[in-house]
Design a protein around this ligand. Structure first.
Ligand SMILES: [Zn+2]
Length: 459
């Protein structure tokens, strides 16, 4: 709970995401222990360690509500693959080759990549838990990283072959007791079941029953690609599975009535804009969710294909959502005015929207006195940021991980002066490269960048 220190961030541009605090052209943020205790234009003299906020934009830590962190070892390998190639390569080849130590290396790298880029909360959509030891190693890495996380327990590699009739492993009951007995720590537990698109209806009912038994929230893929057209959310609602503790990932092909169900049952949406556009998931669902007032969050999905920073996701959802509207208007000989989504909207999606989608909306997501101190400072004293006219536009359009100067998680400084404090890059890089080399050797792949997976067979 914090590092016991008091910090005051002095003189930053503040995008608080709290309607009462608002945006401040110059603001101070006081952190006491793990908590934000005050945000104001000038806090005057306080007894606290100073963090200079000059030429910095202060934001709540960014939130990624869906990342398959275990895939960081095969980073960029599927950047030019189709969705069937992704399933064939990742599921058919790599997933089963992971040992627990590979899960550890992958998750540690993924979490530190996230922290370095200003992601302070992540939903680790962990769906390669081939043995209990795989799960334990993945959780250990999340804890060791220092990030705030929801660890989403998903199925083993083999159980992801659609349409699976194998129920979720009850190892999650052991995991809940062994790792998450408090339920309120920095790393929490959710269930990440395959859902109605990838498992039989009977198995889906059983999987959601497991979440209810453990009293944990659920994150589930729905509405992606051709699979998503079968009204999965309507089916879930008919069977009592749609609730305020469900976050729906992708949602591209859902029907209007399904978005209404999500709104009426209090659920949240997670959009992985860049990945969805690359891999043919369908139209981005941000506008349909935002128009209904559904808590809308952003996610990376997989660093096997796309970058792990939320600036990329913010840019992608802003451009992609406008593209849909602008192209339609052009086809209809209409003008678009005003634009249907703004950079202010997408910063909110990446902060408070994400916190709500990760079931922590009351604890993080805004710079609000009383909330946990998850804060980032983004540099603006750079060629691409000056002159600084519109901070939200600057964050979305010109933000990138190298500009993230300072990161606090739960009141602890985990990145300062552009460097992670607790982790040595060379050591983690070697862990990850060694694990990658083992994987490639086992797969018989000499040049990962030139390798294409075999044609996917749904065995
Ligand atoms: Zn996913």
């Amino acid at each position: 709970m914090g590092d016991g220190s008091r910090y005051v961030i002095r003189g930053a541009r503040v995008l608080s995401q709290d309607p009462e605090v608002g945006d401040l052209d110059r603001g101070d943020v006081l952190v006491e222990g793990s908590t934000i205790s005050a945000v104001a234009p000038d806090l005057g003299e306080v007894d606290a360690l100073e963090i200079d906020g000059t030429d910095r934009i202060a934001l709540p830590g960014l939130v990624d509500t869906h990342r398959h962190s275990w895939q960081s070892l095969i980073r960029h390998i599927s950047t030019d693959w189709t969705l069937p190639q992704y399933f064939s390569g990742v599921r058919g080849v790599f997933g089963r080759l992971y040992e627990p130590e590979d899960m550890y290396a992958a998750n540690l790298l993924a979490m530190l990549d996230a922290l370095d880029s200003g992601v302070t909360t992540i939903v680790d959509w962990s769906h390669n838990n081939n043995t209990p030891e795989h799960a334990d190693a993945a959780i250990q890495a999340v804890l060791d990283s220092g990030i705030r996380a929801v660890w989403g327990y998903g199925n083993s590699n083999d159980e992801w072959l659609p349409i699976s009739d194998v129920p979720q492993s009850r190892d999650v009951v052991r995991i809940a007791g062994q790792w998450f007995s408090s339920g309120t720590g920095r790393v929490r537990l959710a269930l990440a079941p395959r859902g109605p698109q990838f498992a039989t209806k009977e198995v889906t009912l059983a999987d959601f029953g497991l979440a209810a038994e453990l009293d944990i929230p659920v994150t589930v893929h729905v509405g992606d690609g051709a699979w998503g057209k079968g009204l999965p959310v309507r089916w879930m609602h008919e069977h009592g599975l749609a609730s305020e503790r469900t976050t729906y990932v992708h949602c591209n092909a859902l029907a209007d009535e399904e978005f209404d169900i999500i709104r009426d049952t209090g659920g949240a949406v997670s959009i992985s804009p860049e990945l969805e556009m690359h891999m043919g998931h369908g139209r981005l669902s941000a506008l349909r969710a935002l128009d209904r007032g559904i808590p809308t969050s952003l996610s990376i999905d997989t660093c096997a294909s796309v970058a792990g920073d939320m600036f990329s996701a913010m840019r992608a959802v802003l451009a992609g959502s406008r593209y849909l509207v602008n192209v339609q208007a052009l086809d209809d000989d209409r003008a678009v005015d005003p634009l249907p989504i703004t950079s202010v909207d997408v910063v909110r999606c990446a902060t408070q929207g994400g916190a709500t989608g990760a079931w922590m909306g009351d604890a993080v997501g805004s710079l609000t006195p009383g909330k946990r101190a998850d804060i980032i400072l983004v540099r603006t004293d750079t060629w691409g940021m000056q002159p600084l006219n519109y901070p939200a536009g600057a964050v979305v359009e010109s933000g990138h991980p190298m500009l993230v100067d300072t990161v606090l998680v739960d009141g602890r400084v985990v990145k300062r002066d552009g460097r992670l404090v607790d982790h040595e890059f060379g050591r983690v890089r070697k862990l990850a490269e060694d694990a990658r080399d083992r994987l490639m050797a086992k797969a018989g792949i000499e040049h990962p960048g030139r390798w294409l997976p075999p044609v996917y067979e749904n065995k």
